[in-house]
Design a protein around this ligand. Structure first.
Ligand code: FES
Ligand code: FES
Length: 274
């Protein structure tokens, strides 16, 4: 008989939480009713962002777009600067790691220089990493973040119906359902997923582990993202406010009560650390 690995300890739980799916959203249905719980505390966060962008339209003017983003958060946020680029020629499929490379190729091979708009180029800052890539006008944000950047904490529990919150991502300080968002609409946005929250060792991660907030864990990243967004905007949420904020996240395993306890604990830890 195969022995189950359920009690493999804190390390595996942390990794599991990091990789399990996260989303958030607003389509709450019955989960609010199931959330019962605890009380209120505090969290604080400050973000400073500086972006400088230089864009060009012709090969002779080709300049790498410069985007400098600095994220400094007092609690639980990755501070990192890095750019990852991937461009593919829509005519012959040749791949480049810079927009300039693609534009040079275009001029040499196809006799024209497309604009960044024509190439559907978008730039995001995700978990402190700068990303620039081409998208199709119909590419959905959760698929772009998962498939292009390997952010597999973003789940698709309701298959893009906007009903479960498992695809939640913080975009420009607000949680959104990434399964309902077209990536092309978010050029210039700053995003945060559960990977970034985990990497920054936000107090929510420890409190979620300590309070056994996950069973299968599939919904957990979505809850963590939603909870992080709540604490960012309301460092001292009441039980009612926590239930309301998490109401759009569904859990098939019924872990609702534990989330409220964990969010309250994280808020208290943040308050103590001030
Ligand atoms: S709400 Fe986006 S996958 Fe369910
Ligand atoms: S822990 Fe299994 S779906 Fe929530």
């Amino acid at each position: 008989m195969v022995e189950k690995k359920k009690k493999s300890g804190d390390i595996s739980r942390r990794e599991f939480l990091k990789d399990a799916g996260l989303l958030i959203g607003g389509t709450a249905i019955g989960s609010t009713v199931l959330l019962a719980g605890c009380s209120e505390e505090t969290a604080t966060e400050t973000v400073t962002q500086t972006q400088t962008q230089t864009d060009t339209k012709t090969v002779t003017q080709i300049q790498e777009q410069t985007t400098t983003v600095t994220s400094t958060q007092q609690v639980g946020t990755v501070t990192e600067t890095q750019t990852e680029s991937r461009f593919i020629c829509p005519i012959d499929g040749v791949e480049f790691n810079s927009l300039a490379g693609l534009q040079v190729h275009f001029e040499a091979e196809h006799g024209e220089v497309p604009s960044t708009a024509a190439l559907n180029v978008v730039r995001f800052t995700v978990n402190g990493h700068r990303r620039e890539l081409q998208v199709k006008p119909y590419d959905v944000l959760n698929e772009v973040l998962r498939d292009q950047f390997g952010l597999t904490s973003i789940k698709d529990m309701c298959t893009g119906q906007g009903a479960c919150g498992s695809c939640s991502v913080i975009v420009d300080s607000r949680p959104i359902l990434s399964c309902m968002a077209l990536a092309i609409h978010y050029d210039g946005s700053v995003m945060e997923t559960s990977e970034g929250i985990s990497d920054a060792n936000h107090p929510l991660i420890g409190s979620y582990i300590k309070n056994y907030c996950m069973q299968c864990g599939y919904c957990t990243p979505g809850f963590v993202v939603t909870a992080k967004a709540l604490l960012d905007r309301n460092p001292n949420p009441t039980e009612e406010e926590i239930r309301d904020a998490l109401g759009g996240n569904l859990c098939r395993c019924g872990t609702y009560l534990q989330h409220i306890i964990a969010v309250r604990e994280a808020a208290a830890i943040i308050e103590e650390g001030k």
